[in-house]
Design a protein around this ligand. Structure first.
Ligand SMILES: Nc1ncnc2c1ncn2[C@@H]1O[C@H](COP(=O)(O)OP(=O)(O)OP(=O)(O)O)[C@@H](O)[C@H]1O
Ligand SMILES: [Mg+2]
Length: 503
């Protein structure tokens, strides 16, 4: 269906694609794997017309095509779900889908589009609420809108760049079911992910990229996890994050206490109900739950972005219910948000400028008239080294980073501040296997040196291997609190989804 030959793309600092050949067949899921910065997104953005290749050729059904823009690509039936969200937050689901139509009419019949969304949603089991602007939808639902948008746009080649990154386990299975159905209809699917388990579950063929080149292509039957990891990293096989058991935590005094916190309902958000939570020094508290069950609200309340309608927030033993986000951050609270590009950085600023943000007071010189840039740079470089991340250009705008590189930058900045309390939402999302392992190690180091961590994750393996205590959030309530040894993931999974149990 699609043939890519000799695709080459150079950015100022890096050869992102180097003579890449790739074939996509109808009725097949083709997984694209590779470490952060390997060139996966760039290659797919070239097929989607977002970038143009310096050289190389693209054929569609045997005919050479020239794709100069995403509009060209959509007309040719090529659709892409990007790694970062591309929805317009103030618009509804139908409006967003309408914008994506290859033949957008001067007057859009959003009701017709909404109907299409409903029927496609029903056919493929993708339910989202139509009425609200997209900004009010939980992030998992926003991802579903991205997928629906493609289907409404009648794409035949579907590119999913880490589409499962924000989905809950059962939603991922749902997505793979959708893949199966689409395969049956002759769609060609490209699926980029960092999760081996997902690759092995859904891919028919797997191509591994490494430093801009194709390291190898395997069929599903040839592929094993170790073969794929070896192709991804060459000889340097990443160390298993969970191999060493954690030393038992000796929790110190409470860093954070939420006392019967309630929040006001807003749009489609899930208000918190009577949430009581404590995090002490030397403790990682994991939050399990299906996305959209109050995780964002919980994090926002801790960070001072959402007021407590009732209840109290205590930080470091003081009543911090009325503290501003700035005061809370200044008190030593670090933050890794679920949407780093939207919430943790200014995309047009360089890495060092972004590294200074959020800690400007600490870097200020001459009463705030200038900044100590040497120290900013030193700190971020040191932090990258501590995480064993490959250094990134300090002078590149962060919007030019790959998804994983951006996540690394945010982690490095936040961990580099040595926060007393770190609120980490999906901290390893988008990281390749090796960087994810490094990030987990550093979270444990932070805890061992007396820091506290709130770890929000949908990855039960990650939660079980890192958490000293686990709480389960469902519909804005904490419906269970455990030590990881006391429960199995089955019970947790049950609590996450089953409305009858635990209440
Ligand atoms: N617009 C751009 N300007 C400059 N450099 C870029 C741009 N886009 C990507 N790059 C660089 O090209 C390289 C490949 O990036 P790409 O996004 O394709 O990686 P990736 O394989 O998708 O990684 P990840 O797993 O982190 O998403 C990276 O080093 C990145 O910094
Ligand atoms: Mg990418």
């Amino acid at each position: 269906m699609v043939v890519l030959r000799g695709i080459t793309k150079r950015f100022p600092a890096v050869l992102a694609n180097d003579q890449v050949d790739l074939d996509l067949h109808p009725g097949e899921v083709h997984a694209l794997l590779g470490e952060n910065g390997a060139g996966k997104s760039t290659l797919m953005k070239i097929l989607y017309g977002f970038y143009s290749a310096d050289c190389g050729e693209i054929k569609l059904q045997g005919d050479p095509v020239h794709i100069h823009s995403p509009h060209d690509a959509r007309r040719l039936g090529i659709g892409m779900v990007f790694q970062t969200f591309t929805l317009i937050p103030a618009m509804t689901v139908a409006e967003n889908a309408a914008l994506y139509l290859p033949d957008l009419p001067p007057v859009v019949d959003t009701r017709r589009v909404a109907k299409q969304i409903s029927s496609l949603g029903e056919k493929y089991g993708i339910q989202v609420s139509h009425r609200f602007p997209v900004r009010d939808l939980p992030i998992g639902d926003q991802q579903k809108v991205e997928i629906l948008k493609l289907l409404v746009g009648r794409a035949r080649v579907l590119i999913f760049d880490e589409a499962t990154r924000v989905l809950a386990p059962h939603e991922i299975e749902g997505l793979f079911d959708i893949f199966e159905r689409l395969k049956g209809d002759g769609y060609a699917i490209v699926f980029i992910t960092h999760k081996m388990r997902e690759v092995l579950a859904c891919a028919d063929r797997i191509t591994v990229m490494r430093r801009g080149r194709i390291a190898g292509t395997l069929t599903r039957s040839e592929a094993t996890e170790s073969a794929l990891v070896a192709l991804m990293f060459g000889d340097a096989i990443p160390q298993e994050a969970t191999s060493a058991p954690l030393p038992p935590a000796a929790p110190g005094s409470a860093l954070l206490a939420l006392r019967s916190v309630n929040t006001r309902p807003q749009g489609a958000s899930t208000p918190l109900r009577d949430v009581c939570l404590e995090i002490s020094q030397g403790e990682i508290v994991g939050v399990a739950g299906v996305s959209g069950n109050g995780q964002r609200e919980l994090v926002d309340v801790i960070l001072g972005l959402l007021p407590c309608a009732a209840g109290k927030r205590l930080l470091h033993g003081e009543d911090a219910t009325s503290w501003s986000a700035g005061q809370i951050r200044a008190s030593g609270v670090g933050f890794v948000p679920e949407d780093p590009l939207g919430m943790a950085v200014v995309p047009w600023m360089t890495l060092s400028q972004n590294a200074a943000l959020g800690d400007v007071a600490a870097y200020a010189r001459r009463g705030g008239l200038s900044l100590g840039w040497d120290r900013v740079r030193q700190d971020i470089v040191t932090s990258f080294a501590a995480l064993e991340f490959e250094p990134l250009s300090l002078y590149a705008p962060v919007r030019t980073f790959s998804g994983g590189q951006l996540q690394r930058a945010v982690l490095a900045r936040e961990l580099g501040r040595r926060p007393r309390l770190l609120v980490a939402s999906y901290p390893t999302r988008g990281l390749d296997v090796r960087s994810a392992a490094a990030a987990r190690r550093v979270l444990v180091q932070l805890r061992n040196s007396g820091g506290g961590v709130l770890l929000v994750s949908e990855d039960l393996d990650e939660l079980f291997s890192l958490s000293d205590r686990l709480v389960v959030l469902r519909r804005g309530r904490i419906v269970g609190a455990f030590r990881p040894g006391e429960v199995d993931r089955h019970e947790i999974g049950h609590l996450m989804t089953d409305s009858e149990v635990g209440e």
